[in-house]
Write a protein that binds this ligand. Sequence first.
Ligand code: 13P
Ligand code: SF4
Length: 306
Amino acid sequence: MLTTTQLQNEIIKLKKDKDVCILAHAYQSHDIWEVADYVGDSYGLSVQAAKAPQKTVVMCGVRFMAETVKILSPNKKVILSHPQASCPMAEQITAEDVIELKKSYPDYSVVAYINTTSQLKTVCDVCVTSASAVKVIKNMDSDKILFIPDCNLGAWVAKQIPDKQFKFVSGGCPIHAAVGEKDVLLAKKLHPNAKLLVHPECTADVVKHADYAGSTTGIMDYAKSGTDSEYIIGTENSIIQHLQYACPDKQFFPLSKHCVCDNMKLTTLVDVYNCLLSTGGEEIVMSDEVIGKARRCIDNMLKLGN
Ligand code: 13P
Ligand code: SF4
């Protein structure tokens, strides 16, 4: 049996020998962070995917993230760390739904959260992440925005851009949307001196109490650079452990003990090892047509978000 450190050393050796880049979303476990070449939020991962020099990328996260890497680097071999890791939000709306919606809102530009399928991105104008949404939409020529599918994120963005008109369709992250105002009131009662940091996938009732709302990287940067010593974390609970490693002198508390994403939790260090041995993971295969059309949507985000 290998120890965690032995397994990590094997992975580090294999990725060098095989010219593999390991990308990990911030919600991955700490043992995976330690072997990754880059860890970040969805926006950071997209930027990194476009410039990674290696020929093969292992994406530790969920399916839409691996698809984004493939779209941005079609000549690379892209492996999703666990074939069953998918974001349920990405299944909430299809390309056919968007085509129908466009008929009702012909003068609106369609902005898709990156947590969507690549097929859906082929019929949208631009995609966004929580980190890039405000900047991207501010920089768009259009003043009429059809934002899909996360209504909570959409409402948070719309509040910051009052001069544009927004339409939403129902959808969102089931994990973040399940956190309620009662969780905020209880956490604040238990930790009255703590700053509250939340992901904008949470409901407006939660976000309105926040000292900071932003992407996973934004939350981590705020807590790491802040002068306060206590923080309530309103996003996937893995972030608490990462922050505890980064700032052992500070204290971090979950906003809700239920804020756990089963899909992000599927990938283990052994899965990463198996990807490198070519005995695990799933290679992402997409048609040139889907890659070409979906790429426009992601390129627009990178252009308008920079
Ligand atoms: P970030 O863009 O903040 O990484 O969020 C991705 C995600 O899936 C949040 O639930
Ligand atoms: Fe999808 Fe929510 Fe999990 Fe993020 S936390 S991957 S949005 S289900």
